[in-house]
Design a protein around this ligand. Structure first.
Ligand SMILES: *[C@@H]1O[C@H](CO)[C@@H](O)[C@H](O)[C@H]1NC(C)=O
Ligand SMILES: *[C@@H]1O[C@H](CO)[C@@H](O)[C@H](O)[C@H]1NC(C)=O
Ligand SMILES: *[C@@H]1O[C@H](CO)[C@@H](O)[C@H](O)[C@H]1NC(C)=O
Length: 426
């Protein structure tokens, strides 16, 4: 994708983001200043020469910042994910809030969404952030790149690895879905991918990326064992990201997008590889004995989530499940894979529950963004997912337990609805 200068976003807000060579702007300055600048810039140049480089346009050299990879459990045996659903970011301070109390309306904007994200990162110190779509609300911005820089800003500033999928509103501005995912994959500390890379499968490929898959933003991330542990070189938890599309016409009826056969085929294949650990060069002698648990992230819920109404859910079911009328067998696929323990979705902001369908948990993040619809007086919220390792005799082992809870954007960031989603013994 060619990114035009206007799509580069507000670089002034991120002075350390990149090494820049802008030949136009030095014209009026004298030579000594130019020379000094050159000398000062030289070490950076040499340093960055050996890092992955990224050229956007002809003039600017941008270096994407990355955190320590691969993703791995901490030495205390935990891995914590912050799920952010439906930020619906617009243009920042000029974008007003929806569904807040009348008294709150005047001083409420997208900046409240930014503030909530910063508070969550500070309060929970997650290891990873997963954005499950409708990150930006396309129709409330005339520059998708700028909106994304603002929306993901706190994640980029935190230096934490983060990943995003698209919802049904992200592409309603100046970028299509492919451009959005490319852009997101190039942002600082993002570990998002446009589509799966070939090391996950033996499929027909182009430039290292699988091409015969529907959508943009289908990818797989591995989480490795705790440093220094027996499983330090093994992937012991898998995170799958899927593009659930936007809107489409199915059998003559306008409906939401859905996860297609091609995506499910890819998922099945990767899951099989993970469970066999065949393709994992880091895998060491026979560990882990059990298939690593998998978590799945996408935006639009599947139809079966409707069955959870009046069932034993944790959290609230306050609006209809807005999903596609098409059913490609997502639940059946997850069940047949056997490693999927929980699914994290967005889309329906007034639902924030977790419910169990045939052994797989389906959890909503609950609406996060202030420009997104919600209920006045029902605080914006975010979900935390915590995986804990089993303690062996001398070392941390594989995943023992997966828990979740939510926090409300109130004064105390109240913690609610803590529950265990999966445990080794269950
Ligand atoms: C939005 O942020 C402002 C400024 O920090 C704060 O005064 C206001 O209470 C916030 N509004 C809501 C609804 O959180
Ligand atoms: C993991 O890989 C590193 C580097 O190759 C090696 O030093 C270490 O011993 C390995 N650890 C295990 C548990 O296999
Ligand atoms: C999945 O694996 C099967 C068998 O190895 C292969 O024929 C198929 O093309 C793969 N499909 C995808 C989408 O990866």
């Amino acid at each position: 994708m060619e990114v035009s200068p206007s799509e580069r976003g507000p670089q002034r807000e991120n002075p350390n983001r990149c090494v820049m060579m802008d030949s136009g702007s030095y014209g009026s300055l004298n030579y000594s200043f130019l020379y000094l600048t050159f000398l000062l810039a030289l070490p950076y140049f040499i340093h960055y020469h050996f890092l992955p480089k990224l050229f956007i346009g002809g003039e600017t050299v941008r270096v994407k910042k990355t955190s320590d990879l691969p993703l791995r459990f901490r030495s205390d045996g935990t891995f914590k994910i912050l799920q952010v659903a439906d930020m619906h970011y617009g243009s920042g301070i000029i974008t007003s809030c929806r569904d807040v109390m009348e008294s709150e309306f005047k001083y409420c904007s997208d900046l409240n969404t930014t503030r909530f994200l910063k508070r969550m990162i500070q309060a929970e110190s997650p290891d990873f952030i997963a954005f499950t779509g409708d990150n930006i609300f396309g129709s409330s911005t005339n520059d998708a790149a700028e909106s994304m820089f603002k929306a993901f800003g706190p994640a980029m500033e935190s230096g934490l690895p983060w990943a995003a999928v698209l919802g049904n509103h992200d592409q309603e501005s100046t970028m299509n879905r492919e451009e959005l995912m490319s852009f997101i994959s190039l942002m600082d500390y993002s570990v998002s991918q446009v589509n799966p890379s070939t090391d996950d499968s033996t499929n027909p490929t182009q430039g290292g990326m699988i091409t015969n898959i529907d959508g943009f933003g289908n990818y797989h991330l591995r989480v490795f064992g705790a440093p220094g542990s027996t499983l330090a070189n093994s992937s012991i938890m898998n995170l799958f990201f899927l593009d659930s599309g936007d809107r489409t016409v199915y059998q003559g009826i306008r409906t939401y997008g859905w996860i297609k056969d091609s995506q499910l085929n890819w998922l099945r294949n990767v899951s099989q590889e993970c469970q066999g650990q065949k393709q994992n060069p880091l895998h060491s002698d026979g560990f882990p004995p059990l298939a690593p648990p998998a978590l799945v992230f996408f935006h639009i819920p599947i139809k079966e989530v409707r069955q959870l109404f009046n069932k034993g859910i944790v959290g609230q079911f306050q609006e209809g499940v807005a999903c596609s009328i098409a059913n490609s067998g997502v639940l059946e696929t997850f069940l047949s894979m056997r490693d999927v323990k929980a699914v994290f979705m967005g889309h329906d902001h007034k639902n924030d529950f977790c419910g169990n369908l045939d052994g797989v948990w389906f959890c909503y993040g609950g609406g996060f963004g202030y420009h997104a619809y919600g209920s006045a007086g029902w605080p914006r919220r975010a979900r935390i997912i915590l995986a804990e390792l089993q303690k062996g005799e001398t070392s941390w082992m594989g995943v023992e337990k997966i828990k979740t809870w939510k926090r409300l954007d109130d004064e105390k960031l109240s913690k609610i609805d803590e529950q265990i989603l999966w445990g080794l013994s269950s």
